[in-house]
Design a protein around this ligand. Structure first.
Ligand code: NAD
Ligand code: DAU
Length: 415
């Protein structure tokens, strides 16, 4: 199978390329990436040595370039990760978000449509070559925000009872979390389902919604073969340190303040990036054409608790047998004195404008139709992630060598 993976040098796109190369022998991947501040060739350095992978540096908005890729490769699947992805940047400057995220998606679809069309049916709809698919990587932020009506959270299953209604039965939920020590917490009665109307709040979320709706429009209007995935917050290796978890890890190691927006009680639903990649693969291979699928599920936590758990886990991983000493292997990585790695590093700063209160995915459709389940418990995923950052400081130094410091000063200096 021949894949065009756009944004494959970014966080999730790169993890997807790695996942697919490991899983499938018979696969060819063209990576198209503009290498913005968020994209880094070093992230897929090993993969670029693989004869199954080729790389094109360029913009998804460049129609001629995309045409060339389709002319030179018999692309079966397009997986569109390419996007401007950071909410805070979209609040500062929305323009590029609308261009890349909406118009870029349109250009990719137009070129794929032209190359995949073989004829027209009697009603005038295009007829496509068999087995082609365009997968749009959308986000749960298109659904807007949910009430945090259980402010401190409660177990989803308590005393053998479901505490709030969702799309899965008690038995299905137990099956989903068979490898978990404890049932997850929820912070509200409602969840995002694929039926919920889209109701984005930030310029970023609105640009992703524009793309999401355009993909649907191409399916309705041209019968263009598509799927949309809407995933919750990812975390894991190669996450750019402008997003909460990698930024917190980086700052802890440097002994810098940990900026928590507002009271830190906003809730996100965290998913280990490899589980997202698994979900996308399932949708490519089993998703019904024209359908949207939620990926994520019941791993809600308040930001403040994520930050505290990250501090605790960094400490646990770097300390030498409980002695007040950093392990030798991390001596050059941990620049913060060990006794200062504690909650005093937390600094509440000005809240994000229009900050969404709670995201919570109900993945029932994807679970029931495709057998998806979120495999990695947060406690396991966060340890793997922090360990990866401790062991890959070269990567961190490389990705922050550009304008990162300027961005950081501008974004946090005024908060
Ligand atoms: P990222 O910012 O880490 O990576 C984006 C990649 O796209 C970068 O490599 C960048 O160079 C590339 N890119 C940007 N503009 C481009 C353009 N015009 N042409 C070609 N390449 C371009 O983002 P990410 O976190 O990996 O997210 C990937 C996708 O998944 C995005 O579409 C995002 O909306 C979606 N998503 C992200 C999350 C999350 O938690 N990070 C959750 C759900 C969905
Ligand atoms: O839900 C999926 C979305 O998750 C994706 O579509 C986006 O591309 C991705 O960036 C992410 O958006 P968020 O805004 O939720 O992620 P971020 O890591 O920026 O912030 C997570 C939460 O932490 C959010 O409530 C804001 C808060 N935060 C963030 C930063 C960077 C802080 O409190 N301090 C910070 O410094």
């Amino acid at each position: 199978m021949n894949y065009l993976v756009t944004g494959g040098a970014g966080f999730i796109g790169a993890n997807f390329v790695k996942y697919m190369l490991k899983k499938y022998e018979d696969i060819n991947i063209v990576v198209l990436d503009k290498l913005t501040y968020a994209g880094n060739l070093g992230t897929i350095g090993e993969e670029l040595k693989d004869s199954r992978v080729s790389f094109v540096k360029g913009d998804i908005c460049n129609k001629e370039l995309v045409e060339n890729i389709f002319m030179n490769n018999d692309i079966d699947y397009v997986v569109n990760f390419a996007a401007e992805s950071h909410v805070d940047r979209s609040i500062e400057d929305p323009g590029i978000f609308l261009k890349t995220n909406i118009l870029g998606t349109q250009i990719l679809m137009d070129v794929a449509k032209a190359h995949w069309t073989i004829s027209k049916d009697e009603k005038g709809y295009p007829v496509y070559k068999d087995g082609k698919k365009f997968l749009q990587v959308s986000t749960d932020e298109v659904y807007g925000t949910l009430e945090r009506d259980i402010p401190e959270g409660q177990s989803l299953v308590d005393n053998g009872q479901l505490t709030v209604e969702n799309g899965l039965s008690l038995e299905e939920l137990k099956d989903l979390f068979k490898n978990r020590e404890a049932m997850p917490k929820v912070f509200g009665n409602k969840f995002f389902t694929e039926e919920k109307g889209l109701d984005p709040r930030s310029p970023y979320a609105t640009s992703k919604t524009g793309a999401d709706m355009l993909v649907r429009a191409y399916n309705e209007t041209y019968h263009f073969p598509v799927n949309v995935t809407r995933c919750s917050n990812n975390y894991g290796p190669y996450h750019f340190p402008e997003k909460l978890i990698p930024l917190i890890i980086k700052n802890i190691l440097e002994g810098k303040n940990l900026p928590v927006y507002g009271d830190g009680k906003q809730v996100r639903d965290w998913l280990y990036v490899e589980d997202h990649c698994k979900g996308i693969d399932m949708v490519i291979n089993g998703g019904r054409l024209g359908e949207a699928y939620n990926i994520g599920g019941f791993n809600e936590e308040q930001n403040i608790n994520i930050v505290k758990l990250t501090i605790d886990t960094v400490r646990k991983l770097v300390v030498d047998n409980g002695e007040l000493k950093v392990k030798d292997q991390y001596k050059n990585v941990v620049k913060c004195p060990l006794e200062k790695i504690n909650y005093d590093l937390i600094t509440h700063v000005q809240d994000r404008l229009g900050h969404d209160a709670r995201y919570a995915i109900d993945p029932a459709k994807t679970v029931k139709e495709l057998g998806f389940y979120p495999e990695t418990p947060f406690t396991v995923g966060i340890e793997k992630t922090i360990k990866w950052y401790l062991d890959n400081q070269e990567w961190v130094n490389e990705v922050v060598s550009g304008d990162y410091q300027k961005y950081y000063n501008e974004m946090y200096g005024k908060k």
